[in-house]
Ligand binder design. Sequence first.
Ligand code: 5GP
Length: 191
Amino acid sequence: MRMLEERILRDGIVMEKDVLKVDSFLNHQMDVSLFRAMAEEWYHLYADCGINKILTIEASGIGIACITALVFQCPVVFAKKTKTRNIAGDVYRTQVQSFTHNTCYDVIVSKRFLGPGDRLLLVDDFLANGAALSGLMDLSDMAGAQVIGAGIAIEKAYQPGGRLLRERGLRIESLARIARMDENGTMEFIS
Ligand code: 5GP
């Protein structure tokens, strides 16, 4: 998606260790007009797929997922990070390896909000090694929900997540796919 690629080139900052900082428009300050254009693109791509719920993961996917839910006119659920392992209640739970913090954390979704009738679009800001998306797929499987596909804002395509998850059969629509980037700001996209 050209608009997103241009914004990344203009405002993105490449940090050490393959981290792209996009906090001026995507995951700290949020450009919701851009989010709407992204959501409309996913709506176009997933038209007639019968998506009836958006599922994302705390925290940086939530803003994008909310605008996406507005466009799809359906509810949005986010998987919550939790430190409490023996929390009481009816939840689905899985573990996710954090890309940015290099730790493992538990995520949960209440059984009330995910179930066999759900046809899900998984939404997140980044795809790197695929742990976040994979965790969302685990939770969906536990709930008996059907994952129709994923909508990713920025896929770092030189990292393995996209390939691994597509090999598992997941449809992934990434709006900007970075083929390579380096710290002096040079970046190439896959068109
Ligand atoms: P994965 O689980 O695919 O390895 O990484 C995806 C998650 O890590 C996303 O939810 C995102 O929050 C974070 N992430 C991965 N790469 C980057 C990056 O380059 N920049 C930022 N800001 N977050 C990233």
